[in-house]
Design a protein around this ligand. Structure first.
Ligand code: BGC
Ligand code: NOJ
Length: 811
């Protein structure tokens, strides 16, 4: 069952029923000011950091769900409704929500009154614009009373929902005409405030939530709206809100437009006040003036659309599969940009108050957006590397505002260092900028301890190389990619849980997954060494990689698939000898994509075992059989009920690894099957089962052991977006950046015919046409570049050439 449809021309998903299985959201903002907006107008806004600088209040896990947002109540006689349906939930004569790239548009109608609400964050300004157009489609004059509503958050979102003894006494506002200023804490340590204003005179306002809503009432039916008249309340403590009241008369056929702006302002400390405790409103007024007419708003929206068109022009596919085209060209890349902006911080499943930026997450996210915004990728790499320690290990997370490593979580996740090599090599291949290796980057953000980025990579590599266990495989530490596989948890205390384990290093627990990463990114590091003329180091690195390769074959192979790990007692994890958790997805995907076991014929066996044991109609599960009992010595993994999350859920992030691994073996049909099973556009028709947004990936889909097999959770902020884009663009469609050019080596379903790709790469445009006359899955028979036939699969960089016309014949 569907709840909407894709509009590929406008790059929108159009939701036609407000009653979606879960709120289906969109993200507004590209730089510093961001908003989440659901298909019923719920959500919140923040500046830079969703925990520290939150502008509006949102209640997670609320009943009814998702009922705080930017609301526009329309009252006509006794009918009260809102264009996004919530929170009033009056049945509407018409409803649609179009989620586009960085904007959302609600079109609704009731009693021949048409409301169109456009919401977006303009580029380069810190505000959300809500343009509301009301049109009288009847043949009688209409009298309408309009009430706007936002509820302010007292900035620090954690304090805001915990420290009530203080919060209820600190709220402060100022009202000047149509401008409502939220200035809580401004008098003290702050230099920022929020403004919520409309470009029209108002007939009243409210800033006290109690006055507006009324005691024991809710946003569903505020007293002020029912009465049709604001109370002009000035909040003093309690809960400050912003609400305007405008009385409107519309003649038949007449349309009026109102532009509401919610803005964030920072004043320099010496310029805080206009007079005694009256804030300096000049910068707010300048901001409001930039968006006070429809023309200005439309031109800002156009600029936003141009920005997106420009970005998406970097990779464009034309094939005869519409679903593939729309995912590759629009939604997958869009989601990559959102994960770049948010990391794992703010979604409808991440409260914005917990995790900062993850080291491994940010490195992997970069793989999916580096072709779109290489300059910002460069900055991001330097920020991430600065949170590394001198020994090559790293803080697992850092705060976006301070960019400092997060002490509460610390380090010890032994896969982290190698992800730095992954993202730096991807960046260099995309841009050719080897100069980045000479950048001086501090360790642990201490400028005095700075070394080149190359030295950081060296320490990443050496960290793994020097932390090996009894089988010469890398020590796992607290966990590797799988945060929940905590093999150094042991205790004899009854009732002990994984949360209390504090010894992260038995010196024994080893990870086959990190071993595979070491092979993959060790080879990459060797190429970097070679590129900058470090011949001796290259050889040494390759020798270590070779040793690791052999260690995997000797101690990481279980007969039919790769082993997952050894625990703190050197017992096998992910082996046919285990009762539960016999086979794990991660080492099968990563070993094969790193090339381990390919020539020995093990790779094929491993992937066949995946198909046989882990595959389902909704995607590939993380492990089987699921753990049914809790095992302290395995950590968090078995704390999950069977079928959920890391305990045998379909963890989408590592499905692309399997698909990539299949392309390494040349099995294009299977690679595509794995790709499409979890691909949102291909499962749009089962939205009632999948439940999350059909235009973006979710972190997890419930596995076969779960009650709701096929149901997704944790949409939007997941490494799935980046890895899938890497998979589909570089391995399936086969357009892969290399240090010395762009290589073309598709691995596709046999049925696929001709397809075209436009790729921007190192300041040149590549128009690539790929023909598959013999209907093969892999294999390039000829490659012609600007009329010249090439040897092999590489389009070399031709000096001075900015236009490459490329024809590839598979066969
Ligand atoms: C989740 C993991 C996640 C981790 C992050 C765990 O509870 O299961 O998926 O990576 O938290 O801290
Ligand atoms: C989500 C985390 O953000 C990611 O870093 C981790 O690899 C996966 N969960 C798997 O545990």
């Amino acid at each position: 069952m569907k709840y909407g449809y894709f509009d590929d021309t406008n790059k929108e998903y159009i939701i036609t029923s407000p009653n979606t299985p879960l709120p289906w959201i969109n993200y507004l903002g590209s730089d510093n000011f961001f908003s989440l907006i659901s298909n019923t107008c719920g959500g919140y806004s923040f500046y830079k950091d969703a925990k520290m600088l939150r502008l509006t209040r949102y209640r997670y896990n609320n009943v009814p769900q998702d009922c705080n947002g930017r609301y526009y109540y329309i009252k006509e006689e006794n009918d009260i409704w809102t264009p996004g349906w919530q929170p009033v939930k009056t049945s509407l004569d018409e409803y649609s929500c179009r989620h586009g790239l960085g904007y959302s548009i609600f079109s609704s109608a009731k009693n021949n009154l048409q409301a169109t609400l456009l919401a977006f964050v303009p580029r380069n300004d810190n505000c959300e614009i809500n343009q509301l157009k009301l049109k009288n489609n009847s043949n009688k004059e209409k009298k309408i009373s309009l009430f706007s509503y936002v509820e302010f958050c007292l900035w620090n979102a954690v304090d805001d929902m915990t420290n009530f003894q203080r919060n209820y006494s600190i709220g402060e506002v100022e009202v000047h005409g149509s401008e409502i200023y939220h200035k809580t804490e401004y008098r003290e340590r702050r230099n920022h405030y929020a403004v919520y204003a409309v470009n029209s005179p108002v007939d009243g306002f409210d800033t006290s939530r109690d006055a507006f809503i009324g005691p024991y009432k809710s946003v569903e039916g505020p007293e002020v709206v029912a009465a049709g008249k604001s109370t002009n309340s000035i909040a003093s403590g309690w809960a400050p809100i912003g609400s305007h009241n405008i009385n409107i008369i519309l003649q038949p056929g007449e349309e009026k437009s109102f532009i509401f702006v919610l803005g964030y302002i920072e004043n320099p400390s010496d310029d805080k006040w206009e007079s005694d405790n009256i804030i300096n409103k000049k910068p707010a007024r300048e901001l409001l003036n930039r968006y006070n007419t429809d023309e200005k708003v439309e031109s800002a929206l156009l600029k936003l659309k141009q920005h997106w068109n420009h970005l998406l022009d970097h990779f464009n596919l034309e094939s005869n599969d519409d679903k593939l085209n729309r995912m590759v060209n629009i939604w997958n890349q869009y989601q990559c940009m959102v994960t770049f902006n948010m990391s794992r911080s703010a979604s409808y499943f991440e409260s914005g108050t917990g995790r900062g930026m993850g080291f491994r997450d940010s490195c992997q996210d970069l793989l999916g957006f580096v072709h779109l915004i290489p300059d910002r990728a460069r900055e991001r790499i330097l920020d991430i590397a600065a949170t590394q320690f001198e020994d090559g290990s790293a803080y697992h997370q850092y705060q976006p505002l301070t960019k400092k490593g997060n002490l509460d979580i610390g380090s010890g996740f032994n896969d982290d260092p190698l992800w730095l090599i992954a993202c730096v090599s991807a960046y260099i291949k995309e841009t050719g900028d080897i100069g980045i290796l000479n950048e001086m980057v501090p360790f642990d953000n201490n400028e005095e301890k700075s070394q080149t980025l190359m030295e950081h990579l060296r320490r990443s590599f050496q960290y793994t190389n020097t932390h090996l266990g009894p089988h010469k495989l890398p020590l796992i530490g607290r966990a590797d990619w799988n945060d929940c596989l905590n093999l150094n948890c042991f205790s004899n205390e009854p009732g002990e849980s994984f949360q209390t384990c504090s010894n992260f290093e038995s010196g024994k627990a080893e990870s086959v997954f990190i071993a595979a990463m070491f092979v993959k990114y060790g080879k990459e590091y060797a190429k970097i060494c070679n590129l900058i003329g470090l011949g001796e180091e290259t050889d040494k690195v390759l020798e270590s990689v070779e040793n690791m390769y052999n260690a995997i074959l000797d101690h990481g192979w279980d007969g039919e698939w790769f082993l997952r790990a050894y625990d703190a007692y050197s017992e096998k994890i992910g082996s046919k000898e285990c009762a539960s958790g016999q086979i794990f997805i991660e080492p099968q995907g990563f070993c094969v994509l790193a090339g381990v076991g390919v020539k020995e014929g093990l790779a094929q066996k491993a992937l066949d075992s995946v198909k046989e044991r882990l595959d389902t109609r909704y995607g590939v599960m993380l492990l089987q059989p699921a753990y049914t009992k809790y095992h302290l010595n395995l950590g968090e993994i078995s704390s999950y009920p069977p079928g959920y999350k890391e305990n045998a859920g379909i963890f989408c992030h590592n499905n692309p690894w399997i698909s990539i691994a299949e392309t390494v073996l040349g099995r294009g049909d299977r690679a595509f099957e794995v790709y499409s099973k979890i691909c949102p556009a291909y499962i749009e028709d089962i939205s009632e089962i999948h439940r999350t947004e059909p235009y973006v990936y979710s972190q997890m889909i419930a596995g076969r052991d779960a009650a709701a097999h096929g149901e997704a959770k944790n949409s939007w902020l997941t490494g799935t977006a980046a890895w899938t884009f890497v998979n589909v663009s570089q391995y399936i469609l086969g357009i892969m950046p290399a240090y010395d050019g762009l290589s073309v080596d598709p691995c596709i379903p046999k049925s696929m015919d001709t397809f075209k790709i436009k790729r921007k790469f190192r300041n040149a445009t590549y128009n690539i046409t790929i023909h598959n006359p013999k209907h093969v899955e892999k294999g390039v028979k000829s490659l012609t570049v600007n009329g010249q036939e090439m040897e092999g699969i590489l389009i070399p960089l031709l000096p001075g050439v900015t236009q490459y016309d490329v024809t590839v014949i598979m066969g």
